[in-house]
Design a binder for this molecule. Structure first.
Ligand SMILES: CC(C)(COP(=O)(O)OP(=O)(O)OC[C@H]1O[C@@H](n2cnc3c(N)ncnc32)[C@H](O)[C@@H]1OP(=O)(O)O)[C@@H](O)C(=O)NCCC(=O)NCCS
Length: 179
């Protein structure tokens, strides 16, 4: 018997205008909180006395440098996460796009929102891609393997294992074909 697949959740992408910079900054607090779980024993990831994590130092560059793309992700009309794309890969040659940051809020996890959002991003931005995953982030590695593996126009998928001053963890490289 063939198991019925539920349709992917409807998502919407919006290139965040400068007026929505603070929305991404707010979501980044939640993102950093998730990551801080992996930073036990390290200096980074401490809260400031205002109860917030240190702001993300590259955020403003997403509205200064045209090759960077800040995206908001919605499902059912509600904010569900964000993605930050740039062209700074960890491996040479540099990719056309790197998934610098990607986040789905906990309420909407494990329901296909992340995959649907990533696939919608791939639809919009074909070319050579890279997604670097921190070594301790085994959930994200499983997510990217499934998400890239189920995208119909993903080719030349390779997974490298980096342990350099620049990056410690797996790096997925792949090509997204044009529709
Ligand atoms: C990783 C993250 C984006 C996943 O988003 P999501 O919306 O829950 O993912 P989806 O529901 O679309 O899952 C797509 C596939 O990935 C798998 N997956 C998602 N989260 C997983 C987890 N924690 N462990 C194992 N597999 C996982 C799903 O099972 C699904 O595979 P399937 O087809 O076999 O069912 C989300 O958990 C998140 O924002 N985490 C914190 C930030 C982060 O780590 N970002 C990535 C930086 S590289």
């Amino acid at each position: 018997m063939v198991r019925a697949m539920s349709p992917p959740p409807a998502i919407a992408l919006e290139i965040a205008p400068p007026t929505k910079r603070d929305v991404i900054e707010n979501l980044f607090q939640l993102y950093t909180h998730d990551f801080s779980e992996q930073w036990a024993g390290q200096a980074r990831g401490e809260l400031g006395e205002d109860g917030r994590f240190a702001p993300y130092s590259h955020l403003d560059s997403y509205w200064r440098e045209p090759e960077r793309v800040p995206l908001l992700i919605r499902t059912g009309g509600h904010l569900a996460g964000f993605a930050l794309l740039n062209r700074y890969g960890r491996v040479r040659p540099a990719p056309d796009r790197a998934m610098a940051e990607f986040f789905i809020v906990r309420k909407h996890r494990l329901s296909g929102v992340g995959r649907a959002a990533a696939h919608a991003i791939f639809d919009r931005y074909p070319g050579a891609w890279e997604a670097a995953v921190a070594r301790k982030n085994t959930a994200a590695l499983a997510f990217w393997r499934r998400t890239v593996g189920t995208y119909p126009r993903a080719a030349e998928v390779e997974e490298l294992d980096l342990n350099s001053a620049d990056w410690n963890g797996p790096v997925l490289r792949f090509r997204i074909g044009n529709a």
